[in-house]
Design a protein around this ligand. Structure first.
Ligand code: ASP
Length: 450
């Protein structure tokens, strides 16, 4: 059986919903359908989730909310009318949207989540009604009924492990089940959402729960590209990717799938495929546990900016027991997360995201390193980018990094730092942000176009 999740752009209009229906109909194993809220129909449009945020803000500020309500209801109405669905479904949705503005504002930690979740919840009702009308027996199922029980962390829910047993019972239904994505219910019966974009997480949880053979995530691109299409012209879509590689790529800015969505499917050993609703014949990108072959060493190139490095040096640093621990203790005391730590014999750099290092924290670190650890030199280097060359099969290939360094040197790009973890899933270069795009293009050409 397959779990199939559709993102907001796949559900933005009646026309898109017809494509969704055909996709579900074309494969009898597509029995569990997870849906997002209607997304944008064009770049200027507003996502229903964002409209719900505005509605929430006006409601909690005591403003008139009629306009907000009408906009959201009309959004569903236009889809319902174009699909020729029964009037009762629209009445039902209108009532649900309006009733949000009757919920208590005071002492209600879950109010925001309840507003947001209404986008997917009502869309699931709509999709189930549409499928049934088109002779695909379907049933809307609320996360509470499905057994999707989550932690009480508004806006950042986590699935409770005990949910999985209950979710397995979904296999007993014979209809296609339409499940709203993005939220679950706490043990106290409160609606609690995952972080933004969290319908991907629901899909992954349901796939693990029902022990699906495949989790299909339908979006509006032909899978995951080997480099950012805004930087490299027409990059190819990666046919096959391991979970580890996906994690590396998404760390460095690839955002086709929600980060947390990989975990349940990975733990449940469920393969995942990212496909395009507007081009369902394209095989898309398959995310699997292990590669089927060993021939392709590099599968993608990712880059991310706004990194900062604290560079320090001290003569005979390598002989000083506990030096590294003391440096990291300073960071921990200031609640700073670091990302990478390249070292030399007498020097050490700590690379972190720029937002971690506020001016006050920066001053404090410099002062402590100088006073307490008596470093000879310390400097803060800003405007850095990381470039990641990703591929698990690098392990069994010689000369992968040589291709990269040659390409970068030919393009006069200076490497500030190089780092590779012991698992050899990726090689990371730190460079000046001004060279980021040029570096990605040079590396893409070197690995994939020659
Ligand atoms: N509708 C939610 C959002 O816009 C969740 C999702 O689409 O996955 O964040």
């Amino acid at each position: 059986m397959k779990v199939i999740k559709f993102g907001g752009s796949s559900l933005a209009s009646a026309e898109q919903l017809k494509k969704v229906l055909n996709i579900v109909k074309s494969d009898y194993e597509r029995r569990f359908v997870v849906v997002s809220a209607p997304g944008k129909r064009n770049p200027e449009d507003t996502k229903v989730t964002d409209a719900l945020i505005q509605y929430y803000q006006n409601y909690t500020s005591g403003n008139n909310v009629t306009e907000n309500q009408n906009w959201i209801i009309e959004r569903y109405q236009s889809i319902i009318e174009e699909l020729g669905l029964n009037r009762t479904i629209l009445d039902n949705i209108a009532k649900a949207i309006k009733s949000l503005a009757t919920l208590p504002i005071e002492n209600n930690d879950f109010l925001y989540d309840t507003f947001l979740a209404a986008g997917e919840d009502n869309n699931a009702k709509l999709v189930a009604a549409f499928f049934s009308k088109m002779d695909v027996p379907a049933r809307y199922i609320h996360p509470k009924e499905a057994g999707l029980i989550v932690s009480s962390e508004p806006g950042n829910a986590r699935i409770l492990p005990s949910s999985y047993d209950k979710l397995e019972n979904l296999n007993n239904y014979s209809d296609v089940l339409v499940i709203p994505g993005f939220f679950g219910v706490t043990v106290d019966n409160q609606i609690c959402t995952f972080s933004r974009g969290g319908s991907d997480i629901t899909g992954s949880i349901v796939a693990a729960g029902i022990k699906a053979d495949l989790y299909e995530n339908f979006t509006d691109v032909n899978g995951i590209f080997a480099a950012h299409p805004g930087v490299v012209e027409k990059p190819h879509s990666i046919p096959e990717l391991t979970y580890k590689e996906m994690r590396e790529l998404s760390y460095a800015g690839f955002s086709v799938l929600h980060d947390e969505a990989l975990i349940p499917a990975y733990r449940g050993k469920i393969p995942l495929v990212i496909k395009n609703t507007n081009n369902p014949e394209h095989p898309g990108t398959k995310i699997i546990l292990e590669h089927t072959g060993k021939d392709i060493p590099v599968i993608g190139i990712a880059a991310d900016n706004d990194f900062v490095s604290i560079n320090m040096s001290k003569y005979l640093m390598n002989r000083e027991v506990g030096f590294g621990r003391k440096v990291l203790q300073i960071l921990e005391d200031l609640n700073i997360r670091f990302e990478h730590m390249p070292t030399g014999i007498d020097d050490m750099s700590i690379v972190m995201r720029g937002r971690e290092l506020t001016p006050i924290k920066e001053q404090e670190i410099i002062s402590q390193l100088t006073r307490k650890l008596e470093v000879d030199h310390v400097e803060i280097q800003r405007d850095l980018s990381i470039i990641m060359i990703v591929g698990e099969n690098m392990k069994s290939h010689v000369g992968v990094s040589a291709i990269a360094t040659k390409a970068l040197s030919e393009n006069h790009i200076n490497l500030t730092m190089i780092s590779q973890g012991s698992s050899e899933v990726s090689i990371m270069f730190v460079i000046d942000s001004k060279d980021e795009k040029k570096a990605v293009r040079a590396l893409y050409n070197a690995y994939f176009r020659k």
